[in-house]
Design a protein around this ligand. Structure first.
Ligand code: MG
Length: 282
């Protein structure tokens, strides 16, 4: 029997999103989108400070194999960036086939260093700086794969309503992608060695709100943020657990010294809970 208590570790945000844990340093970064900043929660001190102001409405974040931060900036700049060890920001992708991206939302890095991200429309509404409506240039809302070696960005799935969170299975042969638009479900794809996808059937549906951020644990289970917290699904797509939160969750990630703390960004707060397993691909 394993039981654990949910803890509110920080609060005072407007829309917390995109958590990513850095084992080297023992801290979590996450976005506070409407406040246009990235926050840093330091585990040792328990303090939360501003990591980056004027963050171009950063949304999803991830860590690459070299320990660098990669970020989806979902409004104004509408691009995917990498923060180098010296703090310099490199733009990885801001367009596809000569047209601007919509609003990069969430991101994951594969062990071959390729960067996979989703591009729904959520950030396109009104430019918070110019107060003007942002124009959509892409013909759809795609899932992309970016190869930092060649600089090439490829669309790997084009049939989503609003693609959102994405995560690989522990062996990286499967890719799960949430659709938080009309379908409100998670789909599963087979990942080929050349980086193309096949399949794409519905893996599970979310019964409270929609799926936003998702993560896979070391045993292959899929953890999804939902309207009532977090729901956990077995590899067969059947729901095996729920974590209820006082606020709707937008995203989650595994972290902590042993990788078995689950951090959940939910509206105004950051929550954590100890878990029996850690994340995949740690
Ligand atoms: Mg998202």
């Amino acid at each position: 029997i394993y039981s654990s208590t949910v803890e509110q570790v920080a609060t005072g945000f407007r829309w917390a999103e995109g958590p990513v844990y850095f084992p080297k340093g023992g801290y979590l970064l996450f976005s506070d989108i409407p406040n246009n900043r990235i926050m840093k929660f330091d585990e040792a001190t328990g303090k939360t400070t501003v990591y980056r102001d004027k963050a171009n409405y950063a949304n999803g974040n991830a860590r690459d194999r070299q320990g660098r931060l990669v970020t989806c900036e979902h409004s104004v700049t509408r691009r995917v960036t990498r923060t180098e060890h010296n703090g310099k920001i490199t733009v990885l992708a801001d367009s596809f086939e000569g047209k601007r991206l919509n609003a990069p939302n969430d991101i994951v890095v594969k062990s071959d260093d390729t960067i996979w991200f989703t591009d729904p429309e959520y950030g396109l509404k009104t430019n918070p700086e110019t107060k003007r409506k942002e124009g959509k240039e892409q013909p759809g809302n795609f899932v992309y794969r970016h190869d930092p070696r060649t600089g090439r960005t490829t669309a790997v799935a084009r049939d989503f309503d609003q693609p959102n969170g994405l995560a690989f299975s522990p062996d990286e042969r499967r890719l799960y992608v949430a659709d938080s638009g009309k379908p409100r479900h998670i789909r599963v794809f087979d990942v080929a060695a050349d980086g193309t996808l096949a399949g794409g059937t519905v893996f599970c549906a979310i019964d409270k709100g929609g799926p936003d951020g998702i993560r896979v644990d070391a045993t292959g289970r899929v953890w999804s943020s939902t309207g009532d917290g977090v729901q956990v699904f077995g590899t067969d797509g059947r729901r095996v657990g729920r974590i209820l939160l006082p606020e709707a969750a937008a995203n989650l990630c595994f972290g902590g010294e042993d990788g078995r703390t689950l951090f959940m960004t939910a509206r105004t707060s950051l929550y954590s809970v100890r878990t029996a397993v850690g994340g995949a691909g740690r």
